[in-house]
Ligand binder design. Sequence first.
Ligand SMILES: Nc1ncnc2c1ncn2[C@@H]1O[C@H](COP(=O)(O)OP(=O)(O)O)[C@@H](O)[C@H]1O
Ligand SMILES: [Mg+2]
Length: 308
Amino acid sequence: MNNLSQQKDQAKKLRELAEKKRKGSKKAQDKMLSRSNKRVIAVASGKGGVGKTNLVINLGIALARSAKKILVLDADLGLANVDVLLDINPKYNLQHLISGQKSLSDIIVEGPNQIKIVPGGSGIIELADMTDGQRERLISSFVELENQSDITLIDTGAGISKNVLSFILAAGEVLILTTPEPTAITDAYGLIKVINQKDIDVDIKLLVNMASNEKEAKEVSERISLVSKQFLNKHIEDFGFVLRDSAISQAVKRQQPFILSFPYSDASKCINRIANRFDDTAPKTSNGEGLRGFLSKLFRIGENYGHL
Ligand SMILES: Nc1ncnc2c1ncn2[C@@H]1O[C@H](COP(=O)(O)OP(=O)(O)O)[C@@H](O)[C@H]1O
Ligand SMILES: [Mg+2]
């Protein structure tokens, strides 16, 4: 090789190196940006008893391990079970905050791995009827919490109540749970249909709980995603699955999260897998507005649609 071609060769290598470095730092930047994104995710289902509360708590605990700050809003009006599953006894709830009797720090309870829980209680209905002053106070107290929560998980009630729908639309990201039972599948699709009828863009993800094996979970998820694509022209993202596992009911009886009592169980492995790929499933629509954005959207939805 003569001198000139050696030089050319070196220059080419340098350019390639610089390009590689540039791409690498772009990737790192993207990663940082998506990390700093504040996400609010509503967890919902068509049918009741499919495992929403267990998922919210155990996924929350798993996510908190990777240095994420997790907030759980217990917004299931009828069957608020977060406290029962964690064996905690919150004295106050959102209602006390709305009425001005208590501050946000008074009503928040801390769970394992420092996850923070906001008990909704009957305050969930009162969100609909608040004065402007109350709304402002609520927003500003949640804004204080903003940098203490990277991901907010909302445990909603089952079915298609106006209340649940408002939470889903305001969150902009919903994780729908189903089991492989035909009734749960039909109801999950029913919920997807109703969400899709609203002119608000919602990122819909599907999780199959209580699956006998991975094949069954994939079949269920493909079926729902195919029908949604075909009839609603809506893309549903596969968020994974949790196997049916008796460790869950054992942990529920002990009022302990299964991810802590049975960390090596099938169900815990599934939850860890979901937590590990969490960053990859960030919604394209997320603008990192977090809790403040969520609340102001919630109020706007209430005004525009009278949903709440
Ligand atoms: N993957 C699973 N395997 C076995 N049982 C499960 C699983 N997920 C949930 N369960 C059981 O289903 C019941 C309902 O779960 P829960 O989280 O309370 O549902 P939801 O909040 O949707 O009503 C719980 O008592 C729990 O024992
Ligand atoms: Mg529940």
